[in-house]
Design a protein around this ligand. Structure first.
Ligand code: UAG
Ligand code: ATP
Length: 485
C-alpha cells in the first residue's frame, strides 16, 4: 500500500523523503514495527512515541508520522500532521479499506446506560436477522468470537481492525460504546456514525488523565453529534441542550417528557418473588406495551433508546417486545437466585450516580430492607468514596462496606474514606474487608423481602491487589458460600 493512499483524507506536510513509497504495516507501537512499517508517533499519557524515532529505522520502519519537530534517520520519510492521534484514526480507516462505510454504525455516548443499551440493541436487531458486531466496556463481539476489552472505546487502529473483521464476518451493522475519552483522543475520528445516541450526563471521569473539568467532559460528549447522521437523545437530561449545542445531525428525542418524540407513559413496577421488572406504554413515534425484567426507571430509558434505534431499522413492535423481554447483560442488575425469601443481584454500579439511580429504583419496590454491599477502587479519586458512602448511607437500610480492587492502597484505608461519606447520613453499616466474607454475611443475614445488591464488580471476574489481578467472580463466591465453603 502507498503511504499517500493511507494519508489521502489528511492534511499533511512531507518534511523529509517521499510520500510515494510503499509501506507494509501501519503501527503506533514501536515494539510492533516490521520491515517497511509506517510508525505513527503518539504523545501519550505515559510515553511519548516521538522518543523512539532514533531507533525505528533499525527496526525496519521506513516512514514516521509526527506532530513535533524531530530529528529522524536520513533514510526515513517524515510526515508532519497537526495531531497524530487524529492521523492514526484516518490512516487506520484507509489501511483496513474503510470498513465502517460497509456497515451501519451506531454509537452510544453518555455517563450511564451505554453497555446495557448496546446489548439491548444487538438482541433486537438480531431478532429480525441483522448480524451485529459490538464494541464496548465488557468485550468486542464478532460473530461467536468474544474479545475482552481494555478500554470502553479502543484505540482507532483497533476499532478499524475490528470493523474489518466484522464486515468480513458478514455483519451489516455495529453497535458501539463511544466514551468521552474516545472522542477526546480521536479514537473514533473520521467515522460517520449512522446513529449517535446520548443517554445522560453526570459528574464522572474527571481527574488526572481523564477530563480536566465537567465542561470538558460535556464538550467531548457533544463531539459525537458533529459526526453522525441521526442523533437520538434523552430529552429529560438537564444537559441535553448543552450537549447538542454544536450538533450537525438530525435530532430526535426520547424520555418521559411531553416534548419527547418517543415517550414512555403508564409506567408501573412489576414484582414477583425473585423477579423485579418494569412495564410501560410507548407512545409518539411508536405505539405498544413493553415489559422488561430489569427493574427501574433507567431501564425505561435504556429500552426507549433501543426502541428508538430499532425504529430506524424498521423492526416491528412485536419483535422489539419479544427481544426486550429476553435481553440480558452480564453484571448489569443480574439477579442471582439464592433464596425464596429475598432477592440478590450483582450490579456494576461503581460511582455515585449509578449507585444512586440503582438504589432509588430498588427502594421503589418497597423491600423489607435494601442492603447495599460495595467497596471502592484503590489509587483512584477519593471523591468517589465519600460520594458512594453518602449515597448508600442515605438510601440503603444497611451498607456492607468491603473491598473492590484496592490496588496499591490498604483496603482498610479505603473503607475509612467510605465511612467519612456514610457517617453524616447516620445510615447503618458494617465493615467486612474480605469481599467473600462480606457476601457471606449478606446472604446469611438476609431477611424475607430483602433486596440485596452486590455493587461495583458487575462483569469483572478479578480483584486487583498490589498490581496483581486475582481471579474473583462473585457468582462463584456465591455458589461456594451456598455449598458451605
Ligand atoms: C490515560 C489514557 O487515556 N490512556 C490511554 C492511552 O494510552 P497512551 O496512548 O497515552 O499510551 P502511552 O503508554 O502513553 O503510549 C503512547 C504511545 O507510545 C507508544 N509506545 C509505548 C511504549 C513503547 O515502547 N513504544 C511505543 O511506541 C504506544 O503504543 C502509544 O502509541 O491510549 C491507550 C490506547 O488507546 C489506552 O489503552 C489508554 O487507556 C488507559 C488504559 C485508560 O485507562 N484510559 C481511560 C482513561 C479511558 O480511556 N477510559 C475511557 C472511558 C471509560 C468509561 O467511559 O467508563 C475508555 O474508553 O476506556
Ligand atoms: N440509563 C441509566 N441511567 C442511570 N444509571 C444507569 C442507566 N443504565 C444503567 N444504569 C446503572 O449504571 C450501571 C452501569 O450501566 P452500564 O454499564 O449500562 O453503563 P455504562 O454507560 O456502560 O457505564 P460505564 O462507562 O461505567 O461502563 C448499571 O449497572 C446500573 O446500575
Amino acid at each position: 500500500m502507498k503511504l499517500n493512499q493511507l494519508l489521502e483524507r489528511l492534511k499533511y506536510e512531507v518534511v523529509q523523503g517521499s510520500d510515494e513509497i510503499q509501506v507494509t504495516t501501519l503501527v503506533n507501537d514501536s515494539r510492533k514495527i516490521e520491515s517497511g512499517s509506517v510508525f505513527v508517533c503518539i504523545s501519550g499519557a505515559v510515553v511519548d512515541g516521538h522518543e523512539f524515532i532514533s531507533d525505528v529505522a533499525g527496526k525496519g520502519a521506513i516512514a514516521v508520522i509526527v506532530e513535533k519537530e524531530v530529528e529522524a534517520p536520513k533514510d526515513v520519510t517524515v510526515i508532519r500532521v497537526p495531531d497524530t492521534r487524529y492521523a492514526l484514526a484516518l490512516m487506520s480507516a484507509s489501511y483496513f479499506g474503510y470498513p465502517a462505510e460497509k456497515m451501519k454504525i451506531i454509537g452510544i455516548t453518555g455517563t450511564k446506560g451505554k453497555t446495557t443499551t448496546t446489548y439491548m440493541i444487538k438482541s433486537i436487531l438480531e431478532e429480525v436477522g441483522h448480524k451485529v458486531g459490538l464494541i464496548g466496556t465488557i468485550e468486542t463481539i464478532i460473530g461467536d468470537e468474544k474479545i475482552p476489552a481494555a478500554n470502553t472505546t479502543p484505540e482507532s487502529y483497533t476499532i478499524h481492525q475490528y470493523f474489518a473483521k466484522m464486515a468480513e464476518a458478514g455483519c451489516d451493522s455495529v453497535v458501539m460504546e463511544v466514551s468521552s475519552q474516545g472522542l477526546m483522543l480521536h479514537r473514533t475520528a473520521g467515522i460517520l456514525f449512522d446513529i449517535g445516541i446520548f443517554t445522560n450526563l453526570g459528574r464522572d471521569h474527571i481527574g488526572p488523565n481523564e477530563h480536566k473539568d465537567f465542561e470538558d467532559y460535556k464538550r467531548c460528549k457533544g463531539l459525537l453529534f458533529q459526526q453522525c447522521r441521526q442523533g437520538i437523545a434523552n430529552v429529560d437530561d438537564v444537559y441535553f441542550e448543552d450537549v447538542f449545542s454544536g450538533a450537525t445531525c438530525e435530532t430526535e428525542t426520547f424520555g418521559f417528557s411531553e416534548k419527547a418524540d418517543l415517550r414512555a407513559v403508564d409506567t408501573h413496577l412489576v414484582s414477583r418473588p425473585g423477579y423485579l421488572g418494569i412495564a410501560y406504554h410507548v407512545t409518539g413515534l411508536m405505539d405498544f406495551d413493553v415489559e422488561i425484567d430489569i427493574p427501574g426507571k433507567f431501564s425505561v430509558y435504556n429500552s426507549l433508546t433501543a426502541i428508538a434505534v430499532c425504529r430506524h431499522f424498521q423492526v416491528p413492535a412485536e419483535k422489539i417486545q419479544e427481544a426486550l423481554g429476553a435481553a440480558k447483560v452480564k453484571g448489569r442488575i443480574e439477579m442471582i437466585r439464592v433464596s425464596d425469601d429475598f432477592t440478590l443481584m450483582i450490579d456494576y454500579a461503581h460511582n455515585a450516580m449509578s449507585l444512586e439511580s440503582l438504589l432509588t429504583t430498588l427502594k421503589e419496590y418497597n423491600p423489607t430492607r435494601l442492603v447495599c454491599l460495595f467497596g471502592c477502587g484503590g489509587n483512584r479519586s477519593k471523591e468517589r468514596r465519600y460520594e458512594m458512602g453518602e449515597v448508600s448511607g442515605r438510601l440503603a437500610d444497611l451498607t456492607i462496606i468491603t473491598s473492590d480492587n484496592p490496588r496499591f492502597e490498604e483496603p482498610q484505608d479505603i473503607i475509612n474514606d467510605i465511612k467519612v461519606g456514610i457517617e453524616p447520613t447516620e445510615g447503618k453499616y458494617v465493615e467486612i474487608c474480605d469481599r467473600k466474607e462480606a457476601i457471606r454475611y449478606a446472604i446469611e443475614h438476609g431477611l424475607p423481602g430483602d433486596v440485596i445488591v452486590l455493587a461495583g464488580k458487575g462483569h469483572e471476574d478479578y480483584q486487583e491487589i498490589k498490581g496483581v489481578k486475582y481471579p474473583m467472580d462473585e457468582r462463584v463466591l456465591i455458589q461456594e458460600i451456598l455449598s458451605g465453603h
